[in-house]
Design a protein around this ligand. Structure first.
Ligand SMILES: Cc1ncc(COP(=O)(O)O)c(C=O)c1O
Length: 361
């Protein structure tokens, strides 16, 4: 193993949520004008909410502590109890939000199959119904989309797909929520504004705490009436944060200064994918890497994911287990091209030295 391993800093590719605030964020935090946001009088929070609403082309915004709370507040605000919530089966809302769709909002989850995070349109057509309950069936209360799609390896929903989903829902009078935790990664990858993507949803949320480097927070956007309702649900869930301008100040810097550089994360993700592909072409398909997430299929190596994570940890490389047999690497502001080359070199060395079971098909 390479000698300098113990003297080098951790290459932390577990998530873009590990990003630390920039110096400008810290400076703006100190200077931020504050109030009690629970009473609606923190000017810095208001500024972030207005800026976010403008960037997404919506009437109003609401600052929340997390992407999960933002999604849950959106679901509660769109839909009463008793209808169906449709989304792609592997979406964050269905897989990672602890059943909030049913346990909090009282909706019946209808996960539909998808390709790279995009709901199968024929299944949607067959499942979608007007929101009113029919005599013996639940109506569709809400449809959710997710871009970029986390479990699909940062896949970006094609705009045409979003347009068709939104159109189908509009015809039936069903509202659409967009989980855009990494919406700005999608915008940068597509070369369009976030507003052009959010146009295909009634409400849209994004996180400032992921690749945009702010320490905490998400903003939910939608019509003024929707956000007024969401404000009540935020309070119900304990999401009022008082002098939250400290955090909102970082969110403002995130939107003003950190969006364009996401392209660097995408370049580094592709570099990683290409490097790993060169080690073993079954590990990753570089063409599948559209943004800052690289799903690496370790099943080809015949060794369990945990043994790879342990081996990488000895090289001071951290990654996260994803679905069974898959390791997820996420690039971000603290990762540069040299880090990526170190990860690829570690893989190459491990491939050469680790005993492996024969490859499985
Ligand atoms: C697509 C998506 N939605 C929502 C979330 C939740 O965000 P948070 O961790 O801020 O609750 C995540 C987090 O990774 C995500 O990837």
């Amino acid at each position: 193993m390479t000698r300098f391993v113990n003297t080098v800093p951790l290459i932390d590719l577990r998530s873009d949520t590990v990003t630390k605030p920039t110096q400008t964020m810290l400076d703006r935090m100190v200077q931020a004008e504050l109030g009690d946001d629970g009473r609606g009088d923190d000017p810095t929070v208001k500024q972030l909410e207005a800026l976010a609403a403008d960037r997404l082309g919506k009437e109003a915004g609401l600052f929340l502590p997390s992407g999960t709370m933002s999604n849950q507040v959106a679901i509660l605000s769109h839909a009463g109890r008793g209808g169906e919530a449709i989304g792609e089966a592997d979406s964050h809302i269905f897989r990672s939000e602890m059943g909030g769709v049913s346990l909090l909002a009282g909706l019946f989850p209808r996960p539909l199959p998808g390709t790279r995070g995009a709901i199968d349109l024929a299944s949607l057509e067959a499942t979608l119904r007007p929101p009113e309950m029919a005599a013996n069936r639940l109506g569709t209360a809400l449809v959710c989309m997710e871009t970029t799609h986390n479990a699909a390896g940062g896949a970006v929903l094609p705009l045409d797909h979003m347009r068709r989903v939104y159109g189908m829902c509009a015809q039936k009078g069903v509202p659409v929520h967009l989980d855009g935790a990494r919406l700005f990664n999608a915008a940068v990858a597509l070369g369009v504004s976030a507003r052009e993507i959010a146009a295909y949803a009634d409400s849209a949320t994004f996180c400032v705490s992921k690749g945009l480097s702010a320490p905490v927070g998400s903003v939910l956007t939608g019509s003024a009436a929707f956000i007024a309702c969401a404000r009540g649900y935020r309070r119900m869930l304990g999401g009022n944060m008082r002098q939250a301008g400290l955090l909102a100040a970082c969110g403002i810097v995130a939107l003003e200064q950190l969006v364009d550089r996401l392209a660097e994360d995408h370049v580094n993700a592709r570099r990683l994918a290409q490097g790993l592909h060169a080690v073993d072409d079954r590990l990753v398909d570089p063409a599948a890497v559209e943004t800052n997430i690289v799903m690496t299929d370790m099943r080809a190596t015949g060794s369990p994911v945990q043994s790879w994570l342990d081996a990488l940890a000895k090289y001071k490389i951290a990654a996260a287990p994803a679905q069974s047999g898959i390791i997820r690497f996420v690039t971000h502001r603290h990762i540069d091209g040299a880090d990526i080359d170190r990860v690829v070199a570690a893989f190459r060395e491990l491939y050469a030295t680790q005993p492996r079971r024969p490859f499985t098909a």
